[in-house]
Structures are given as C-alpha cells and as structure tokens.
Design a protein around this ligand. Structure first.
Ligand SMILES: Cc1ncc(COP(=O)(O)O)c(C=O)c1O
Length: 381
C-alpha cells in the first residue's frame, strides 16, 4: 500500500482541473499579449479566469494578479509595500514560511527595515495584546502574519489582525497559501492589503498562484520586463496554469462545506486513533484543536526515542509519504525553524500528516498501524 499524507506540501491535481487546462496546452497556445485572434482568445480566457476568481473572493478582477506561486507573491508584496510606502518597521513572527521569513531577513540585513517579532504563546499563537503594543509603538509599520501555519496548522484570527492593523494605519500582508481554497475569504470584509496563494495547495497545478493587492494600496512590481498583469509582473503568463488555478478555486468553493466536513472528519479520526493506540502521544502547536487549527494539518509529537531521527525514512519504507517539518525545504525535523522555535532541544519526533479529499479512513488505519509498530520498536530498543 502507498498512501499520501503530505497535502500541505502539495496536492494531487483534480482531473476536472486537468480537463479545463488541456485545450490551453494543445489548441489554444497563443500568447495573450498578441493582438491577433490566437492571442485574443487566450487573453479572453485569462480575463474570465480572473473575473471568476474575483467573484469568489469578493474583490475586483484588477486586485487579482497571477504569479508563479506563493513564494513570488510573498516576495512581491513584501518588497513592493516596503519600497512603495517607505516602510521602516515590519512586525512578523518567527514561525512564518521561509518565503516571508527569509525575504524579511534579507531586507533587514540590508538595513532596509527593522524586523520586530510579535510574542507567541506556548502553542505558537500570536499574542494579540503584544501585537497591539507593537503597532502603537511603530507607526506606518507593515504586519506580515500567516493565516495558517503550514507545519503546525495554527490559525491566525486574521479578521482581528486586519482590524487592528487598520486601526493603527499599518499595511497588512498575510500568507494565505494554506487557507485559500480551504476556507471562504471575503475580501470586502477582511481588512487585508496583500494576500499570497498557490494553486497546488488546493488541487490545482504547480508553478502558478496569485496575489491579492488591494486597489487603494497599489505596489511597485518585483519582476520587471513586460506590461503583463497590469504592469505588476513582467513575463508571458502561465496560461494553462492560470486556467487550472481558476478551475481549482471554483471547485474548492463549490464543494467547500462537504470538503471541510470530510477532511476534518479524517483528521479527528486520526487524532482519536493515535490517542487510543500510542501512549504519551501529543500534538505540536495547536494542531489537534478543532477550531484553532487548519483542518488539513496534524503535527504529531511522538514519545521520546532514539528511533525518531529515522521516523520519516521508516514511514516512507512502509509506503507512507509524510513530512516532518516544512516539505518546502528539507523535510527534516532538524530543518524545521517552527518546531525549533517552539520546542528548542526537544527529542520528541515530529510527523506532519496533512489530508485531502482523496484520503480515506482505511489509509489512516494503515498509517496509524505502522506508526504504532515503529513507536513500539523505538520504545523497546
Ligand atoms: C505557508 C506557505 N507559504 C508559501 C509557500 C510557498 O508556495 P509556493 O511553493 O507556491 O511558492 C508554501 C508552500 O509550502 C506555504 O506552505
């Protein structure tokens, strides 16, 4: 048996999405910037995709700008906002994805910004009172806090942070790569200026994503060289990627309630089984909490054992694809800056299970059974 529980790293493409993309890989190959019929047809498809996405997200089509994925969207918004608005202080957290964390460190190392970290509680949630203190202390700041942590699943009260940021006149960026397509975002209500998203996290294709940039807070581009994406992102568009992205978002919104019910059910089922069968099991961050964490992510904290270093390797040998930290980088427990920050020196192993609509309870039974066996070996050795 081979099972895939690494959906926070990437999800399988939905066949319906592939069917929507197919004509743009074969017949409709024109360059959308060409003014002849081939180009116009593709341009029209891109603009329809943008319009459809804007309707779902409750924003205007001009506020959706296509990118190569989440990393580019984060880089563009952060550097663009800092340059455009002369921002000197950025308030963020040490648990951000590297796409944000490394971008901010680079800007800080070059003395472009002062990077300030908000305090976290013992589960890794933002201390909202401290955030307010920082906002009061640093006028004209940029706040960059992710909606859901990709490793431990902790959810941010994004509405509350948006209201706070607005109250203090701060620019608010949120990395929503793990939540777009998994929750409904109403961008009319949400006081956010910039958002980042990637299609491959919700059964769309890899190498394509988008940023939402609020129209009254326009930014300078990050990639120059063409007038594409309203002069915000030079380069010929990833046409079939964009078509797939819009289709994946449409399906996600169409099936959202059922999807949440199904996937949360899988996660809760796994939590129950693990608690029943592995004494001393725990969960990193707040990932076992039904409301305060992403319903697709469960970060298991294994009992202490010398075998924990090999756990991902051994699970892989048993046919189970999971990750230990962020699979976007090394996939190793030691490589996780999130777990390193929250649990310095911990000898307990970490296994991140992340679920999708294609997983089943049988697969969970299989994975839990193998994990139980590996933990027993660990305890005996
Ligand atoms: C929270 C978060 N931000 C950003 C990214 C980067 O997205 P992409 O791989 O599309 O560049 C990821 C990918 O894992 C992520 O989980």
């Amino acid at each position: 048996m081979r099972v895939y529980f690494d959906n926070a790293a990437t999800t399988p493409l939905d066949p319906e999405v592939f069917e929507a993309m197919r004509p743009f890989m074969l017949e409709d190959f024109g360059n959308p910037s060409s003014t002849h019929a081939h180009g116009r047809k593709v341009r029209s498809a891109i603009e329809s995709a943008r319009k459809k996405m804007a309707e779902l997200l409750h924003c205007t089509p001009g506020e959706i700008l296509f990118t190569s994925g989440g990393t580019e969207a984060d880089n563009t918004i952060l550097t663009g906002a800092i340059d455009t608005y002369g921002i000197k202080t950025v308030i963020s957290s040490p648990l951000e994805h590297h796409a944000v964390e490394q971008t901010l460190h680079r800007l800080s190392d070059r003395n472009r910004i002062t990077l300030v970290h908000v305090k976290l509680d013992e589960k890794g949630h933002v201390d909202y009172e401290h955030l307010e203190t920082l906002l009061r202390k640093h006028p004209n700041a940029l706040v960059s806090l992710m909606h859901a942590n990709n490793e431990i699943g902790n959810l941010l009260d994004i509405q509350r942070v948006g209201d706070m940021a607005q109250g203090y006149g701060a620019y608010f960026h949120s990395d929503t790569v793990q939540t777009i397509g998994h929750y409904r975002h109403d961008l009319t209500r949400l006081k956010v200026h910039g958002l980042a998203a990637a299609a491959h996290k919700f059964h769309g294709p890899k190498g394509v994503g988008f940023m939402f940039i609020r129209k009254d807070k326009k930014l300078q581009p990050f990639i120059y060289g063409g007038s594409q994406e309203r002069n915000m992102r030079g380069g010929t568009e990833n046409v079939y990627g964009i078509i797939g992205l819009a289709k994946a978002l449409e399906i996600a919104y169409r099936d959202m309630d059922e999807h949440i019910r199904l996937v949360s059910g899988l996660k809760q089922y796994m939590i129950g089984k693990l608690r029943e069968l592995i004494p001393g099991i725990d969960f990193h961050g707040d990932s076992a909490h039904p409301e305060r964490s992403l319903y697709t992510v469960l970060n298991v904290c294994l009992p202490e054992s010398d075998e924990n270093d090999m756990i991902l390797f051994n699970l892989d040998l048993q046919g189970i694809s999971v990750s230990g930290g962020s699979a976007c980088s090394s996939g190793a427990v030691t490589g996780s800056h999130v777990l390193g920050t929250l649990y310095p020196g911990s000898k307990r192993g970490a296994v991140r299970f992340s679920f999708s609509k294609y997983n089943t309870r049988e697969e969970i039974d299989y994975a839990v059974g193998k994990l139980v066996e590996l933990c027993k070996v660990g305890q005996e050795s």
